[in-house]
Design a protein around this ligand. Structure first.
Ligand code: SAH
Length: 346
């Protein structure tokens, strides 16, 4: 099935000129799609064109089927895709606007030991229009339009590994930053990877000023292999080299994510080794207290130990914060809500 939000303005122009439509039509439709409009609501198009579009394209690739609002204002969304698959996303309110966390795949095949998204494996990749569709739907839901966006920042930190779906993610970045559409700058977009090294080199060459975030979770290869299977393919040294290359080419500092797991990666030895690894490198470390997923049996580090861990890094001059935990009362962790939904259905 063809999804209307998959197409760039240039591609739409080609399709519509094939329909015998005037030149301006493509931009008109592209803008309407980026406003989150359905074909039936594009009342400035003639009925025969609307009907033809309806027959040939999907106009709601990510339908919101559930919205949960946390006490802290965080919202969690369940989206139904055109083929019945379910994905989830989160919307966080900050002083400067809304940051939306989107999924890049249905499920995930990376197998990280602590993560709910990977429990059922990978179902399929999302297309660029499905990744974008999550933003278009939520922006519309909270009252945004193209002149006044509500969603200002996007993080690719929902279900899936963005670099396991590289081409669609790059197409998504081009679509979302198109000045005729929703026009969110790559500077306001963060891509989080478990550390697929060749793709980290590739993205450095794309000339797209995104924020690169790397999930490290341990400074020791042996330990990292136990919690992140991708570490068997790429050593920490290779990951850090790819980060250095990213910085050298883009001049953008790299972010590291480090989820603190009780007794696994939260010792002083780990903190010291992490300092040694990152010394002198322009980066920022986000410490995250593990969001415990019942199936994994892993627990979060307590507040006191998390503070101690942070202090060790700070004392070595490393830029570090403990990420505020948001939406814990609404299954905030990656993949938890979708699992709950699928469990209920079975
Ligand atoms: N696949 C990508 C992006 C998705 S996960 C990646 O690995 O980076 C986004 C971040 O959340 C990653 O750092 C991931 O390791 C972390 N994460 C996943 N499940 C978590 C959980 N239950 N608690 C804390 N962090 C988690």
């Amino acid at each position: 099935m063809k999804i209307i939000s998959d197409y760039s303005l240039e591609q739409l122009s080609e399709i519509l000129s094939g329909f015998g439509e005037p030149k301006f039509r493509a931009r008109q439709i592209f803008r309407a799609v980026h406003q989150g409009k359905r074909f039936k609501d594009m009342t400035d198009l003639k009925i025969s064109l609307r009907e033809r579009l309806e027959k040939e394209f999907v106009d709601n690739p990510c339908e919101i089927i559930e919205e949960l609002i946390s006490k802290d204002g965080t919202r969690k969304y369940l989206f139904k895709l055109y083929d019945g698959n379910i994905i989830e996303g989160v919307l966080m309110k900050y002083k400067y606007g809304y940051t939306q966390c989107v999924s890049t795949q249905v499920g995930c095949r990376m197998g990280c030991a602590f993560c709910a998204s990977t429990l059922g494996g990978l179902v399929r990749n999302l297309s660029q229009g499905e990744i974008l569709g999550q933003v278009l739907e939520v922006n519309k839901r909270i009252g945004g339009n193209l002149d006044k966006r509500q969603v200002t920042n996007v993080v690719l930190m929902g279900s899936g590994e963005p670099f396991d779906n590289y081409d669609n993610v790059i197409n998504f970045l081009k679509l979302i930053s198109c000045s005729d559409g929703i026009n969110i700058s790559p500077r306001n977009i963060s891509i989080s990877t478990c550390g697929i090294v060749p793709k980290m080199f590739d993205i450095a060459k794309e000339n797209l000023p995104i924020n690169l975030t790397v999930s490290l979770h341990s400074p020791f290869d042996e330990k990292r292999k136990k919690i992140m299977p991708i570490a068997k393919a790429y050593s920490i040294k290779e990951v850090i080299n790819a980060c250095r290359n990213y910085f050298e080419i883009t001049k953008r500092r790299v972010y590291f994510e480090y989820s603190l797991i009780n007794g696994e990666n939260d010792t002083k030895e780990c903190a010291d080794k992490l300092c040694e690894l990152l010394r002198g490198f322009p980066c920022h470390v986000n410490l995250i207290k593990l969001n415990a997923v019942k199936e994994t049996g892993l627990k979060s580090t307590g507040d006191k130990r998390a503070q101690e861990f942070m202090k060790i890094l700070e004392d070595k001059g490393i830029s570090v914060t403990i990420r505020r935990s948001m939406g814990a009362d609404i299954e905030g962790a990656c993949g938890q809500l979708r699992r709950k939904f699928l469990d209920k259905k079975d």
